[in-house]
Write a protein that binds this ligand. Structure first.
Ligand code: ZN
Length: 144
């Protein structure tokens, strides 16, 4: 299996069986985001603990494979992170998708790297970043 196939497999796995998918009854903030270009609709449900760290992060909605996979991987990566760490990772992720050349990403990216190929399809970048923008909005709304 080459790297492209492996990445494809990771994306399909998360798209078919998204992690942390479902409502969060005690969310601090929920934010809706949509991407009319593709038809993606995502709601991000964020719960912060007393220290301002992510205690729970879920998502719901109806979105394409890229968008769903990105949200699914994201919810796992941002758990237990501070608002600042979430923003940093979000910016690094967006940089990975928007740069013309492949960029080096932190080791902790793990499965997120599977989405690096999206940068070759600029019209899909919005799909991959939708849930991340929603989380940034949610953090802002929560005052974190
Ligand atoms: Zn999409």
């Amino acid at each position: 299996m080459n790297l492209d196939e492996l990445y494809q497999e990771i994306i399909l796995d998360h798209a078919k069986r998204p992690r942390h998918f479902g409502p969060l009854t005690d969310a601090t903030v929920s934010v809706h985001a949509d991407n009319p270009m593709c038809g993606d609709e995502v709601d991000v449900h964020l719960k912060l603990n007393g220290e301002g760290k992510v205690e729970a992060l879920n998502f719901t909605g109806n979105a394409c494979s890229i968008c769903t996979a990105s949200a699914s991987i994201m919810t796992g990566k941002l758990l237990h992170k501070s608002a600042e760490e979430c923003r940093t990772m979000s910016h690094q992720f967006q940089q990975m998708l928007k740069s013309e050349e492949a960029v080096t990403v932190p080791k902790e990216f793990g499965d997120l790297k599977a989405l690096s190929g999206v940068r070759k399809f600029p019209q899909r970048v919005k799909c991959a970043t939708l849930a991340w923008h929603a989380v940034e909005d949610a953090l802002k709304e929560a005052g974190a």
